[in-house]
Design a protein around this ligand. Structure first.
Ligand code: ADP
Ligand code: MG
Length: 616
């Protein structure tokens, strides 16, 4: 074996494997270059989600005639020169790899001029310069990437659908538009304009263009400067939430980054203001001395390292908390959070005192069993792991009724079927622990019930039943239609999945721009939460990427069961507790919440006596 240095073009192709994962990676590198070149207008034209063509046209500084060819060499950059520069990176690029990598896996045409003389035009195939000519003197750069991955078929095969690739691209452009509100981004897909940011420097306008007016109106400005950090941006009021954390945009020195640690800090700061499994919409721009970060830890520069991460996290948490604290001090706005709490409270009361029509469980021959053992092995424990809807769900949804039969048989065999006795005999509350657990007793022993999990279980079974009913999508007409604004991505998905949405009772009528109107919705939607539920449903479906009715029903039931369930630290009256325990007892599976966590912990008197060594 002989060791040899790889030729430059092969090395570039290898590097491309890291940097150029999909069309969105190309768009990212090209717009970063345009931003670095001080562009104020960046136009992005795509064909077939960039698979056929990506063209980025900017009005930036341009590249000199001598530099044009050099730009395509590996490790060729104008942004750093010395070792020490690595600690002072003010630009988005610095690795000098992007153009070389992109060119090695596509056909690239570059046109660039600094505006003072005729420009240069280059045409490269698989990284090799094939043609070179003069071009016009328009100041700026235009790079066209054709047939991406034409010479790396394996990578091409790995790509997802046009819809997925396009949504990766638009998501990325949204983030850069949020990071650079002074730049006008203009995105055209297959000849159609799909996004435009005004480039006015006003970040709230960009937010409005991406997430809609409704969201923009409910954003609170944040701003703070310390010795090390300067932070500004917008955070959504807690009443506007989303079902995942993708709506948090973190920008560090103009670079869109991902940081689970910082995202967590933000979510933590919202604390109990957010309902369970809900996430805020946040755009946060952090400026700091580049010496405090290492941007060279990831080839795509999406993750960075902070040397003062702890301090930054503490600052972020404090800032957000302060905003909400201040909010409640200002009388005009004070109403909002207070109202919300009241709304939540009344929902809870409504639920506890006048619950849904009770599930019609046949008291005599439903799956009843005597609970004699310590309840630690819930029957459906494997159904769901925490809050991530998993892939087994589909199977589980299908086999749900089967497993219930199994369950009956098993319990009959094991413990003897006793019509008189119920699965959980009536439990009588003794009190409440920490506003979180109901303590109860009956002839079988002592029970600790997680009140939140219990309510989730009750609601889950109710919704699951509603969803399964043939008339489950019976429509309730609205006097005034509800309107919804969606992002371009969401809109495309809605257009493509219109029929399936109807199947679950969602009729979204196009209402101009990215707005849809809803004039009716399934009658079983809980009152007062229709709007939130419709948006969540659409979001949930978009996240899945496709609609599977069985799986969707299961997920929707879980989603709705989490909504406004009484939380920990909520004191219940005796009456509330009696009611909750009764409802829980009547569910098919009172032992686990829809997320698979235990609802009831039970100690038999035998176990208790053993613990106290009254018996050995
Ligand atoms: P990097 O951005 O890390 O320097 P790239 O391969 O992305 O590396 O780009 C190489 C060089 O080409 C850049 O350093 C810059 O000088 C030049 N360049 C690339 N794109 C543009 C552009 N749109 N406008 C002006 N100069 C550009
Ligand atoms: Mg670059």
């Amino acid at each position: 074996m002989k060791i040899r240095q790889l030729p430059e073009r092969l090395a570039n192709k290898i590097a491309a494997g890291e940097v150029v994962e999909r069309p969105a990676s190309v768009v990212k590198e090209l717009i970063e270059n345009s931003v670095d070149a001080n562009s104020t207008v960046i136009k992005i034209e795509l064909k077939e989600a960039g698979l056929t063509q990506i063209k980025v046209i900017d009005n930036g500084d341009g590249i000199s005639k001598e530099d044009c060819k050099r730009a395509f060499l590996r490790h060729a950059t104008s942004k750093i020169a010395f070792d020490t520069d690595l600690f002072h990176i003010h630009s988005l690029g610095f690795r000098g790899e992007a153009l070389a990598s992109i060119a090695s896996v596509s056909k690239v045409t570059m046109k660039s001029s600094m505006g003072d003389e005729a420009g240069t035009k280059l045409y490269l195939v698989a990284g090799k310069i094939i043609k070179e000519s003069k071009s016009d003197a328009r100041k700026g750069t235009e790079i066209t990437v054709d047939n991406l991955f034409f010479n790396t078929p394996a990578r091409l095969k790995y790509l997802k659908t046009i819809h997925t690739e396009l949504s990766h691209i638009t998501d990325l452009i949204y983030r850069y538009a949020l990071a650079h509100p002074q730049v006008r981004f203009d995105v055209i897909h297959n000849g159609k304009s799909i996004f435009q940011s005004p480039g006015s420097g006003n970040r709230l306008q960009v937010i409005s263009g991406i997430y809609g007016m409704q969201v923009a109106k409910n954003m609170l400005a944040i701003e703070e400067e310390t010795l090390d950090f300067k932070i500004d941006g917008f955070i959504a009021k807690p009443e506007i939430t989303r079902s995942n954390r993708k709506f948090i945009t973190l920008i560090v020195n103009g670079r869109y980054i991902k940081s689970p640690a910082l995202s967590h800090a933000i979510i933590r700061a919202y604390d109990t203001l957010l309902p369970i499994h809900r996430y805020p919409i946040v755009v946060m721009s952090i400026q700091l001395d580049p010496i405090l970060i290492d941007v060279n830890v990831h080839p795509t520069k999406l993750e960075i390292r902070f040397s003062k991460e702890k301090e930054l996290i503490a600052l972020i948490e404090r800032m957000i908390r302060d905003v909400f604290k201040k909010q409640t001090l200002i009388p005009t706005i004070e109403e909002k959070p207070k109202n919300m709490q009241e709304k939540v409270k009344t929902e809870q009361e409504k639920f506890v005192f006048s619950p849904f029509k009770e599930p019609e469980i046949n008291q005599v021959n439903h799956n009843q069993r005597v609970v004699t053992e310590h309840i630690k092995e819930p029957q459906h424990e494997e159904r769901l792991v925490d809050d991530k809807p998993n892939d087994d769900l589909e199977q589980e949804a299908i086999s749900f009724s089967e497993s219930e039969d199994d369950f009956n048989e098993n319990t009959n065999e094991r413990e003897g079927y006793n019509n008189e006795q119920e699965r959980v005999p009536p439990m009588y509350p003794i009190g409440q622990l920490q506003g979180t657990y109901i303590l109860a007793q009956n002839e079988n022993g002592f029970y600790m019930v997680d009140q939140h999990a219990a309510q989730e279980r009750i609601k889950y079974e109710f919704y699951k039943e509603q969803l399964a009913k043939p008339n489950g999508t019976e429509q309730q007409q609205l006097l005034f239609p509800l309107t919804f604004e969606f992002t371009t991505n969401e809109k495309t998905f809605i257009e493509n999945n219109y029929d399936q949405l109807q199947q679950i009772g969602l009729f979204l009528e196009p209402f101009g721009n990215n707005t849809y109107a809803v004039r009716a919705f399934p009658g079983w939607f809980p009152k007062g939460q229709e709007e939130e539920i419709i948006r969540d449903l659409v979001e949930q479906i978009i996240q899945e990427g496709k609609i599977n009715i069985g799986k969707l029903r299961e997920e929707v039931a879980i989603l709705m069961s989490c909504k406004r369930s009484i939380k920990a630290n909520h004191y219940l009256t005796d009456q509330d507790m009696v009611r909750l325990l009764e409802d829980l007892r009547k569910t098919n599976d009172p032992f686990t919440c829809p997320h698979g966590r235990p609802v009831i912990i039970h100690f038999t008197y035998y176990e208790i006596e053993k613990m106290f060594k009254r018996i050995m």
